[in-house]
Design a protein around this ligand. Structure first.
Ligand code: ASP
Length: 317
């Protein structure tokens, strides 16, 4: 099989990727995942390269796994925390980026509360930009790591039924996953209360259907992905109470019985145990949440390597 050549110097959204791109990245990540399980070793692939993580929003998994990924590829990785940077003194995003660029950053990994911020920055820099989550828009590496996890379990990303449940409207994870799984030929069921469902939900991905009933969404599903209520992006009343939400839209073992027998339960984290996901179920054998995190390192290694490799604007220092 001839490898499809990767031509993107940035990773901004799943919408920009073809199925061949997705398969190229996942193929590489799959190998890296297996290698890391045997014995995590440092490669020299990005030796002499500099990666800067610029996070304007809180993060545990994404930031640390980008850091581990860069270091495992031999790059120098620097983390900028916005609270202690000059952004807190009023510096603009673009000025921050321009300053990092002249330090010869090869890649900037950006998380920002504004949808479209990484796309905007990408137009003004020679560095590769990797979107680590922008507002309610996209979280491409999350969808790719979810796809890798699903593919490793089912051997395919097509013909599956994937229920994505919770705060769909505010979730960049739901959006990126719906687009990716639609492209690869799986059925996506989006489920949540009306107040958490975008008006155009059916257009998220090629095969999305909308459900206001959790049991209906889960019925016969191969994958159930639960989402946290994105309180940092919620500005009005969206539910009567947390208790009521959890009773109606929370996943527990009894409800999961309606899914396929070999169902997997996913969550991008952070989990609000007892709200969207029953605490026992979060630790159940059907839960793959920690495997998702493991896949995150492999996917981010593949993404950094491919994007920096495709960037003809920069040369190794
Ligand atoms: N960690 C994911 C994100 O940054 C999901 C979440 O925060 O709920 O979008």
């Amino acid at each position: 099989m001839v490898d499809h050549a990767w031509s993107h110097r940035h990773l901004l959204s799943i919408a920009d990727l073809s199925v061949a791109d997705i398969n190229t990245l996942l193929g590489k990540a799959d190998t890296l995942f297996d290698e890391a399980r045997k014995r995590p070793k440092k490669s020299e692939a990005l030796r002499g390269r500099t990666i800067i993580n610029v996070f304007f929003e809180a993060s545990t998994r994404t930031r640390s796994s980008f850091e581990v990924a860069g270091k495992r590829l031999g790059a120098d990785v620097i983390n900028i925390s916005v609270a202690t940077s000059s952004v807190s003194k009023g510096e603009s995003l673009l000025d921050t980026v321009k300053n990092l660029e002249v330090m010869r950053a090869d890649a900037l990994v950006i998380r920002h509360q504004a949808s479209g911020a990484p796309n905007y920055v990408a137009k003004h820099t020679r560095a590769s930009i990797l979107n680590a989550g922008d507002g309610m828009h996209e979280h491409p590496t999350q969808a790719l790591l979810d796809a890798l996890t699903i593919r490793r379990h089912f051997g395919t990303l097509s013909g599956l039924t994937v229920a994505i449940c919770g705060d769909i409207v505010h979730s960049r994870v739901a959006r990126s996953n719906a687009i990716l799984l639609g492209k690869t030929g799986s059925k996506v069921r989006l489920c949540g209360p009306k107040t958490m469902m975008p008006r155009d939900a059916e257009t998220l991905g090629e095969s999305a259907t909308v459900h206001a009933n959790l049991d209906e969404a889960i019925d016969g599903a191969d994958v159930v992905m639960m989402l946290r209520i994105q309180n940092e992006r919620v500005y009005g009343p969206v539910m009567a109470s947390t208790r009521e939400y959890s009773r109606t839209f929370g996943l527990n073992a009894r409800r999961l019985a309606g899914a396929k027998q070999n169902v997997i339960v996913m969550h991008p984290g952070p989990i609000n145990r007892g709200v969207e996901l029953d605490t026992h179920l979060a630790d159940d054998v059907r839960s793959v949440v920690l495997e998702q995190v493991e896949a995150g390192v492999a996917v981010r290694m593949a993404a950094l390597d491919l994007c920096i490799g495709a960037n003809t604007e920069i040369a190794p220092s």
